[in-house]
Each structure stands twice: as C-alpha cells, then as structure tokens.
Design a protein around this ligand. Structure first.
Ligand code: NDP
Length: 464
C-alpha cells in the first residue's frame, strides 16, 4: 500500500513536519539524500518516530516517488536556492501529470513565480508555501502560508490544516494566500516584521541594561507581557534573560554578532522594488550587519571617552509606550508592503486572514496580531483607525524621551528612530521634497509640479 504524502529533506524543519503529519494519521514516505557523513539520517529519523506512525524511509528518489499514491503530494523541505531547482529537475522525469510539489522552505517569491510557471508547463502543480514557527512549531503546529493555484491547494488543504496551529476559535492557522509566489512573499514579510520586532527588544534590552541587571529587566518585561504588548518574542526574551547555566546567565556569555539567512534583506528590498517604506526592517537588518563587525567595533570603541555618559533618570513607563508605538509602526510597514504587493501583482490578498493565520504557530504571534485581524476586517490601514492613531499621538513624547535617552547614553536605537521618523514624516504636510525636485530638475531636467498648478502639468526652469 502506498503512502498518502511525501516529504523530501529530513533537516530541522522536514523531520519535525514529518512527525507532525504522521501523527495526524497520514501514511507518509520520507526521503533524504545521502550526504557524506550522514548515511544514517533516514534510519535515525525512523528510530525517532512513534511505532504507530506509518512512515516509510527512502534514500533513493525514484523508490520514494513510486511509494506515493497519485496524485503525489510532496513537500520539499530543504535549503532554499539552487538545491530546490536541483531537486525539482531530478523529480520531473519520475513524476506524473497532476502531481503536486510543495516548497515549504524560505524560497524567494520571484523564484517561486518562475518555478510555478515552469512546473505548470510540465503539467505539475506547484505550491510555494511559507512555514513559520521554527522547529517546535513544525512539530506541534506551525503557521502555514500556501500560495499557487487554488485548485492545487485544495488537494492538500486537509493535510496542511491538520498539521497547522489553531487560532483562538479553533480554526487552522493556514489559509490559501494567493497565486504564484504570494505565499512565499507573505512569509518573507513575516520575517521582515520579525527582524524588527527582535531588534526592538534588543534595543530595549540595551537601554534597560544601563541601570538594570538581567533580573530587573526580566521583571519589567514580564509586566509588559501581561498587557496588550504580550507576544511570543517578548515571552522568549524573558525566558532567555532568566536562563542560567552553571550559575551564569547564558545571555551574558553569548558573543554579540548576529547572523541572518537573508529573508530580512529580501523583505527590505521588496519595499524598494514596490515603492513602500520599510525602514524598521531595514534598520534591523543593518543592526545585524554592524554587529558582525566585532573587531572594528572593539578597535574604535577604545577612542570613545567613557565620560560621554550622562545619567539622567529614565522612565520605564515611557519606554513601554515607545515600544507600543514602534510595534504599531512596524506592523504598519509590514502590512503596507503586503497590501502593495497584492495590488501590484493582482494577488487579491485578504489581509485580515493573513493576520489571522499569524495569531498562532508563527514567530510574530502576539496580542497585537489578534487586534490586527479585526482592524483589517474594516480598515485598509492601522492609521485609518482613531483608536490606534490616538495611541500613536499620545505616545509621541514618550518616544522622544526614549530616543533622547538613547542618544545621551550612546546606545544605537535605530529601529525605534526609524519608527518615529516614519511617523513624523507621514504626519507632516510639507516635506523638503520641493528642494529634491528642484535639484533633480537642475541637473537632470526632470521637471517638477507646482503647488498651484494642475498635477498633470510639469515645469522646467533654467536655473541660475
Ligand atoms: P536544515 O539545514 O536543518 O536542513 C536542510 C535540509 O536540506 C537537509 O535535509 C539537507 O540534506 C537538505 N539539502 C540541503 N542541500 C540539499 C541539496 N542540494 N539537495 C538535496 N537536499 C539538500 O534546514 P531547515 O530544516 O532549518 O530549513 C529547511 C528550509 O526551511 C529552509 O528553506 C529554511 O529557510 C526554512 N525554514 C526554516 C525554519 C527554521 O526555524 N529552521 C523556519 C521556517 C522555514 P542533508 O542533510 O543531506 O544535507
């Protein structure tokens, strides 16, 4: 008897998702290539699986494919990039018309667009599927963002819904996102929002560390986590701050060099390409880059006199309000990017539904995401709601206080600043862009519009 579903790739995500699928009662086939030194990867995985699970393991691709009932439903859970194309090419000759390939990795949405069209020409279905939740989410219930043709999605919908996390009402945190690479696009933006959310917490940690020890910071953040600011990332930050090994805080032993796998910069670049403002995720990406210049930082820090430090009293309540402010702007930037992509690519994305599938299972799940589900049912943007606008307006002075404190203590605070700059600009009627237009016309004869002339009329001046 053949398996209902197949998984290629038994890495961190693939093995956890496989166990999750098998646990839901689906007969499963799994495959992993035999890389040097990893000869036992499939058998090791099978040993981990529960005896009641119906799982067959393969290291030979053809045998794996033949073990699946048709139409074959295969989740590819491997490293993004060229590896995906290589696996797809190896699969094409041994698949049959109507089979479905699901790429569950963090592939770039433009690659997914291309693969979707390519596989369509081979009479194969292709689903570009964002998956969030890390290892634990994959095992216990991730948030799933599938994109591609709706009729392809419907064939695999029961499996994906069964393994996904559940929202507060018990519905699966999995919903058809849209055509082509829409699922991967949305996952990419999820990660962009995640980058900024993480960096905001890192900046808070830096600011609070000036006058508080880890224990005191834990107390402050734990209090925040009982309010509307509560989130998975805040929760794990609290747990991280508390964790000790051999009597020492683990956090204090970790080198301050942050890595990345590229989705934050992809998300930022998408903002450039589509023409929207992504300053918070970009500042978070740059913060990781600058952290990696450890040697340079160590060298230059020697030239900075420590008496630059000012010790004015800091108000934790202001920082809490500034954090709330910055999170609203971060989510605003992320969802605006999704809204713009939907318009540009005609994906007709349901933004409220995207927020809903992010209320559980994923890394950016939070109380504010629950609020967002309702906001996007009725409004296009957070800034169209009087409630959130009021929160932002009333937090302005707390934001400036926090920023001033970061300045006087030489703490990099770029992601907070980016939030505030965005807010000031978007609420300012007259910006100095008239000068930019004049400069462009001066050196490039790019023309400009006038305040008091119809907008379709353009002017050029023979400048001085
Ligand atoms: P791992 O590094 O744990 O596993 C990678 C898998 O890809 C392994 O099974 C590996 O096989 C396989 N692989 C790599 N190169 C090739 C190749 N050329 N041909 C065939 N197989 C190959 O990665 P993860 O499980 O963490 O990630 C998988 C995907 O999921 C990535 O796109 C990642 O970005 C995404 N993702 C990861 C999350 C996480 O929290 N880890 C969360 C959400 C998405 P082998 O063992 O033989 O090298």
């Amino acid at each position: 008897n053949q398996s209902f579903f197949g998984v290629i790739g038994l890495g961190v995500m693939g093995s956890s998702l496989s166990l999750n699928i098998a646990e839901k009662g689906y007969a499963l086939s799994v495959y992993n290539r035999i890389a040097p030194g990893e000869e036992n990867i499939v058998s090791d995985f099978l040993n981990k699986a529960d005896e009641v699970m119906q799982i067959k393991g393969f290291t030979e691709l053809k045998a794996f494919v033949n073990s699946l009932e048709r139409p074959r439903k295969i989740l590819i859970m491997i490293k993004a990039g060229k590896a995906i194309d290589a696996v797809i090419e190896a699969l094409i000759p041994i698949l049959s018309e109507g089979d479905i390939l699901i790429d569950g990795g963090n592939s770039h949405y433009l690659d997914t667009n291309k693969r979707y069209e390519y596989l369509k020409s081979k009479q194969l279905h292709f689903i570009g599927c964002g998956v969030s939740g890390g290892e634990e989410g994959a095992r216990k219930g991730p948030s799933i963002m599938p994109g591609g043709a709706k009729e392809s999605y419907q064939i695999i919908e029961p499996v994906l819904e069964a393994i996904a996390a559940k929202d507060k009402k018990g519905n699966a945190c999995c919903a058809y996102v849209g055509l082509q690479g829409a699922g991967h696009f949305v996952k990419m933006v999820h990660n962009g929002i995640e980058y900024a959310e993480m960096q905001l917490l890192a900046e808070i940690y830096a600011l609070l560390s000036i006058t508080n020890n880890n224990e005191e910071i834990t107390t402050i953040l734990s209090q925040w986590n009982t309010t509307d600011l509560s989130s998975y990332l805040l929760e794990i930050t609290i747990n991280i701050l508390k964790t000790k090994e051999n009597g020492k805080y683990v956090l204090d032993t970790i080198l301050d060099k942050a890595g990345n796998k590229g989705t934050g910069s992809w998300s930022t670049k998408a903002g450039f390409d589509l023409g929207t403002v992504n300053t918070m995720m970009s500042s978070a990406v740059f913060a990781r880059y600058i952290s990696s210049f450890k040697e340079k930082r160590k060298h230059l820090s020697k030239f900075i006199k420590s008496d630059l430090k000012v010790t004015d009293v800091f108000d934790v309540n202001s920082l809490e309000k500034a954090y709330r402010f910055a999170r609203i702007i971060n989510h605003h930037q992320g969802f605006e990017l999704i809204r713009l992509a939907s318009k540009t690519f005609n994906w007709q994305l349901n933004i409220s539904e995207i927020a809903r599938i992010w209320t559980n299972g994923c890394i950016i799940r939070s109380e504010f995401m629950e609020t967002s589900v309702n906001v996007f049912k009725d409004y296009e943007s957070y800034l169209d709601t009087t409630d959130l606008l009021e929160v932002l307006i009333s937090a302005e002075n707390h934001m400036t206080k926090s920023i001033a404190y970061s300045l006087s203590h030489r703490v990099p605070f770029d992601t907070f600043w980016s939030a505030y700059n965005h807010w000031i600009a978007i609420t300012t009627e007259n910006l100095p862009a008239n000068l930019i237009q004049a400069q462009r016309d001066y050196f490039g004869a790019h023309m400009y519009q006038k305040i008091d002339a119809p907008k379709e009329q353009f002017f050029h001046t023979n400048w001085y």
